[in-house]
Design a protein around this ligand. Structure first.
Ligand code: HEC
Length: 97
């Protein structure tokens, strides 16, 4: 399941690195941030086209509890360093809106 959705995401963003389990991690971001990185809700920030270094910093900050947010703390708990790098690179590679 994760592999299939990863393939779909990979097609949208050809520069995404080779499959890791961050494919299924990406799947869990989609309901809020969108596969295209454009948020579905007014309280959720767009991630498409954001600086990769900034996105990675924010994920680290959520992960380490330096940036407090209930949902993102929960999401980032499960992330490895490689996940965060892949996710930051993926969303940074998308066209902003
Ligand atoms: C339940 C909804 C939800 C899910 C699922 C979710 N996020 Fe978020 N995310 C948010 C909200 C809301 C914020 C804004 C946090 C705040 O207000 O401080 C946010 C903020 C962020 C930010 C910081 C953006 C910025 O401009 O500072 C990043 C990066 C991020 N999310 C990445 C992810 C990734 C990667 C995933 C999947 C692993 C994910 N999010 C899953 C709701 C969600």
């Amino acid at each position: 399941m994760g592999i299939i959705s990863f393939a779909a995401a990979g097609a949208a963003a050809p520069c995404l690195a080779e499959p890791t389990h961050s494919g299924s991690m990406l799947e869990s971001c989609i309901p809020c941030h969108g596969l295209d990185g454009i948020a579905r809700d007014a309280e959720v920030p767009n991630l498409a086209g954001q600086n990769e270094a900034y996105l990675l910093n924010q994920l680290h900050a959520f992960h380490q509890g330096r940036r407090a947010h209930k949902e993102m703390l929960y999401m980032s708990r499960k992330m490895t360093d490689a996940d965060m790098q892949a996710l930051a690179a993926y969303f940074a590679s998308l066209p902003p809106r």
